[in-house]
Design a protein around this ligand. Structure first.
Ligand SMILES: [Zn+2]
Length: 255
């Protein structure tokens, strides 16, 4: 049986140009579309997810992380308490695969991993399994981390005009962390719009984001997976890269 690893990288990147094109890239990667895969946390892992942050974040930066966690919790009137935030000595790892450890983390990286494009503002990396059933394919998330590229970018966390608004980036990455794909409607109608510019300021999940998250996790929407016959289960790697020209590239790496 082929063992394949699954990760999702979402590279959120600056863009003056608003147009966006989705590329399924290199032939060595699968043709599956990450934005269409139904992703959610494994039923064996219960909310709240304890999200650890590195102690190298400043007080203002930490507030941006806490606000984002609270805004996701509040978005569903705490029907689901998604996140708890805790400090940790989480440290930078040498390789991106090494982040698949016991801590779900938000990392302030002053040395960006060489495997990742230096032009990415931040990524959310998700480890999970692709499950094929008699009726469809879904992704079960088992681990995730948010990595922020402080080596190559400046971030603003106190309403300043220098750099990218950290809270806007974290709320978006936390959406990926929970399994949300990009929403192509407009930046005004979704925090999951794939382009984040230097002046984008969007810190609260919108109606469409809330309905998407409730569709995944609300008890009233929970599907009965016990009736589905599982036909295959594989770990895989997905990489979503978003570049400054607004182009999005999605790749699935199989090990
Ligand atoms: Zn994204």
């Amino acid at each position: 049986m082929l063992l394949i690893k699954f990760l999702i990288f979402c590279f959120c990147f600056t863009g003056c140009v608003r147009e966006e094109t989705v590329h399924q890239n290199q032939p060595k990667y699968s043709a599956l579309s990450g934005s269409h895969l139904e992703a959610k946390w494994s039923n064996s892992i219960s909310f709240p997810l304890t999200l650890k942050y590195g102690t190298n974040f400043s007080t203002n930066e930490l507030m941006a992380i806490e606000n984002s966690a609270n805004n996701w919790n509040d978005s569903v009137q705490n029907e689901i308490h998604f996140f708890d935030i805790q400090p940790s000595q989480v440290s930078e790892k040498v390789h991106v695969d090494d982040y698949n450890d016991t801590e779900l983390g938000v990392y302030k990286l002053t040395k960006w991993p060489t495997e990742l494009p230096p032009t990415a503002l931040a990524i959310t990396q998700i480890f999970g399994e692709k499950i094929q059933t008699s009726t469809d394919t879904r992704l079960e998330i088992q681990h995730a981390d948010i990595l922020v590229n402080f080596e190559n970018f400046e971030f603003s966390s106190n309403g300043g005009f220098i750099g990218y608004d950290l809270e806007t980036i974290i709320i978006h990455e936390m959406g990926h962390f929970l399994g949300l794909a990009h929403q192509d409607s407009s930046p005004e109608t979704s925090i999951m719009y794939p382009t984040i510019g230097q002046f984008t300021d969007s810190k609260i999940p919108k109606e469409i984001d809330i309905s998407n998250i409730l569709a995944k996790y609300s008890v009233t929407n929970t599907r009965n997976e016990s009736n589905e016959r599982e036909t295959d289960r594989q770990a895989v790697v997905i990489i979503l890269e978003l570049y400054s020209n607004g182009q999005e590239k999605i790749s699935f790496k199989y090990n």
